[in-house]
Design a protein around this ligand. Structure first.
Ligand SMILES: CC(C)(COP(=O)(O)OP(=O)(O)OC[C@H]1O[C@@H](n2cnc3c(N)ncnc32)[C@H](O)[C@@H]1OP(=O)(O)O)[C@@H](O)C(=O)NCCC(=O)NCCS
Length: 168
């Protein structure tokens, strides 16, 4: 990782990170989440809220919500000046690792249909498109692509195995 400020550390976000997170959020999204929502998420036990820290400053964050065996990558962002240097990938891989360790078997996410760099990143770690939500986003209005990644190995032909050998 080459942020120009030494090593990148991935750790759990805390209340003192919220201002930096909210600032990145406002600078990279046209429809940013509120500062209050980050305060609530940092305090929630059912959330993996990670920050990437470089040179003592928050470089990016990832938020995964968990419910039983399912999880959702609810947010991922990297400070504009540090994008394209591997920070997003490091955050995503760590978030997946932690969520798998918690026993979740799959992860979903929604992404703007035009967000080619994010869709590319997600596809390289195992996400595939499984649906589309029409006009899901506001400011600007845009469809969402729904993506899913298995967090455990899936047999290639689950249905065939469950049914056993063919009888015809
Ligand atoms: C999407 C985002 C989180 C990726 O983080 P990042 O640190 O910039 O990405 P990385 O440097 O880890 O690169 C990950 C992959 O994305 C690709 N990528 C990153 N920036 C890109 C760009 N501007 N154009 C095309 N591809 C890009 C890289 O090619 C890389 O793939 P590779 O390793 O196979 O080359 C970051 O760009 C961002 O915060 N964007 C704005 C907010 C956003 O769209 N978040 C996602 C919401 S679903």
């Amino acid at each position: 990782m080459t942020t120009g400020d030494g090593e990148l550390t991935i750790r759990a976000a805390g209340p003192l990170d919220v201002d930096a997170i909210a600032s990145i959020e406002r600078s990279v999204f046209a429809d940013p989440w509120s500062r209050r929502s980050f305060v609530d998420l940092v305090a929630s036990p059912e959330v993996h809220f990670l920050v990437a820290v470089a040179g003592g400053a928050v470089a990016g964050y990832a938020i995964v919500l968990m419910a039983a065996e399912q999880s959702e990558l609810a947010n991922l962002a990297v400070a504009r000046l540090l994008q394209g240097r591997g920070v997003g990938r490091r955050l995503l891989e760590r978030a997946i690792e932690l969520t798998r360790e918690r026993g979740c078997t799959e992860m979903f996410l929604e992404v703007r249909a035009s967000n080619a760099s994010a869709i590319h990143l997600y596809s390289t770690v195992g996400f595939t498109a499984v649906g589309r939500r029409i006009r899901y986003y506001a400011r600007p209005i845009e469809d969402a692509i729904v993506m899913r990644a298995p967090l455990v190995a899936e047999p290639a032909a689950v249905g065939a195995r469950a049914r056993g050998p063919g009888r015809a």
